[in-house]
Design a protein around this ligand. Structure first.
Ligand SMILES: [Zn+2]
Length: 322
């Protein structure tokens, strides 16, 4: 019996031990399973995160360029905005660059420009129309720099778009940037007073883009071929009124070298200058820096030295818009 009882007890202990071992094994298996599961989850999450980061990085340039494109589109839209029947001088959302000197609005400018013609002061305003051009404008700028002479450039919007770097150089070397319209095609610009104004605005926009400043304003226009006369005289007269409504001033010239009138060498250009100086007063001298005006650049040192000999000093239109 005792043996039998002892056997039973042993058997029970063995069974209990076996049960304990089995439950320990199960616990270990569960713990291992949980650990493996955790590892798998952590690895999966880290793989997903790294893949997403890679995608984000490769998308970055695309996002930036699409934002830039959006801004470009906005600019296009804004610069094509009309207010009423006239094109509005639009505000850009470009990154604004600090400019050293910006022409300032002057309510008396038109009168002061007219007064230049009647001034006895020996001051010469050298002006260059129809640029910037790749071959002539740099030559003109080099001479002006060498002679330390400030000048005024009446630029064409279409040429500014082709040569923004030259416009920037002209500006940075202290010359006055003024507006000469966009196309210089009389049949286009003088279709109506509105087309004159539209060409003015388009050129202002081109200048602003080239200089990288949305607030640049030339305040000054020169009509291609002059502000009156010829077959477009009545359109010019109406356009003058419209420009004045917008506070835009204009100037012609009272002296010229004849470089757009068939004179093609220094002697004949100097002859024209001397003939048209008309006495001793202030002069606004018409010249050109278009691509076919190499003789203008050739004659420029003689023009400057002659005027100096005659007692002239040189100014540009910052004198009026300061
Ligand atoms: Zn011109």
């Amino acid at each position: 019996m005792l043996y039998g009882e002892m056997d039973d007890e042993n058997e029970n202990r063995e069974m209990l031990e076996e049960l304990n071992n089995k439950s320990n094994l199960r616990k270990k298996a569960i713990i291992c399973g949980v650990i493996v599961l955790c590892c798998v989850v952590v690895m999966t999450i880290s793989i997903i995160v790294s893949v997403r980061m890679k995608n984000n990085n490769s998308n970055e340039p695309k996002q930036v360029s699409s934002v830039t494109q959006d801004k470009k589109d906005q600019k296009k839209k804004k610069s094509a905005t009309y207010e009423g029947e006239h094109m509005q001088i639009a505000e850009h959302d470009m990154n604004q660059i600090q400019l050293k000197f910006v022409p300032k609005e002057n309510p008396n400018a038109q009168q002061q420009i007219t007064d230049i013609y009647y001034s006895d002061e020996k001051v010469a305003y050298l002006t260059f129309d129809d640029g910037p051009s790749k071959n002539i404008t740099p030559r003109v700028l080099d001479i002006l720099k060498q002679e330390n002479v400030p000048a005024t450039f009446f630029v064409l919007g279409s040429r500014v778009e082709l040569n923004p770097d030259l416009l920037r150089r002209t500006y940075e070397e202290g010359h006055y940037i003024a507006n000469h319209g966009y196309s210089h095609e009389y049949s286009k610009i003088y279709t109506s007073k509105d087309t004159v104004f539209e060409e003015y605005v388009k050129t202002e926009q081109a200048i602003r883009v080239a200089l990288g400043n949305p607030n640049y304003n030339t305040h000054l226009f020169r009509f291609p071929g002059g502000s009156s006369g010829g077959r477009y005289d009545s359109v010019k007269a109406e356009a003058k009124g419209l420009l004045r409504d917008y506070g835009i001033n204009f100037t012609n010239w009272n002296c010229l070298t004849g470089d757009a009138e068939g004179r093609t060498n220094t002697d004949s250009l100097m002859e024209c200058l001397i003939q048209t100086m008309e006495g001793d007063g202030a002069i606004i001298v018409l010249m050109h820096d278009a691509s076919d005006k190499s003789y203008t650049a050739d004659a420029l040192p003689s023009v400057i030295s002659y005027l100096r000999e005659q007692g002239y000093s040189f100014k540009n239109f910052y004198e009026i818009f300061k």
